[in-house]
Design a protein around this ligand. Sequence first.
Ligand SMILES: [Zn+2]
Length: 409
Amino acid sequence: MTDYNEERILKNQTQSLCNICFHEIHARVVQKRSQVFIQKSCPLHGDFEGLLEKDIDFYLRFAQLKVKGKPFFNGLVIPVTFKCNMSCSFCYTAYQNQADIGLNQLREIIGNFMGRGIYLSGGEPTLREDLFEIISIVKYFGKVCTLVTNGLKLSDKDYVKQLRQAGLDAVLLSFDSFKEETYRLLKISYNNQYDIFKSKKIALENLEKEKIKTQLGITIYPGVNDNEIKDFFIFAMKKRSFVIGLRIRSCVNVGRFGEQKQLFLSELLELFYRQLGLNKKLLLDYFLDKKDDYHNIHHIQFRIRGLIIGESLLPIYCKDNIPNKIISLPYLLKKLGAKQFLKRFIDRLSKGVPLMTCQARIICWPTKENIDLQEVDRGIAHIYGLDKILNFCHAIILLEQQNRRVADK
Ligand SMILES: [Zn+2]
């Protein structure tokens, strides 16, 4: 741990948003003890300070990895409707009374977008009667089409089949827990209309049957589902024929979620070390090896290979270009004993069964309190109005303000 006692400036000139009027304002990033803060000043509303990251070493490591150069968005999130058949306490979308976007507007937005990925989101996009047509529009423009859904409608197998036939490439399915009571606790059910966990399990069966690539979207709510990381990994590895990875985000104070109850990215990663028995240094060094768009102070991505033995997962670290290279051998040997380890490992290799792999993206979005606009000029975008695209996080913060204005009237 680096020992810094005094306050020091890490970045003197950047932009952030005013906590009250949401205007872009000057800001700077400072370190105080082991934490990182953004300090900003609005001519109308005064000074603000927001906590950016609790772990200075973690911040410095990932702030350095940010790709420089011209802003570029490789994916675009389009909410095709703001209606929803669920009501989640931590939803990032503010309540919206807007009409659904029209097909001609969609054609124009998708046709003008330079990146490859289109994410159809909401609200709940499956509430659009013309969703299949929307998917074919995305495919017409040669984009990769991902549906961001709570999966309730996907418990209908004919519907999933039609999605595939329309050309859908992938699904990002929100899957926050293996326990029905968690869904009830987070007020996810709408009018208690669904047995949510059961519907999601059936949706997964249907996606597997139609071979639609699926990513599990997990929102971590501290004290509720933050002890299920290992279960998600083991589940994803076992379902690797169609589950392509996990997208795990911390709930943050944005949209409908007004609590300051969040985990910072370093804390989220800490859950992985603890629950999966990962070696912190090995994993962080692995991140540092890959200087690409995927890593920044809000978003990191990695792959874990491992052996699943019974209900436990033994991680085997690997780098992309050296398949199956075991770096954590001492750990494995200690855990299993040399004889057992070798026997199981050789058994697996001799059967030609690959080690199970799972990709994880770990995300902690910035909020109006702590956004550093210089850090969010690439990655995934979100439409703002009908003619503008902004970084996803920037856009959802501004949409929250729009919503507030409507509520004030
Ligand atoms: Zn202001």
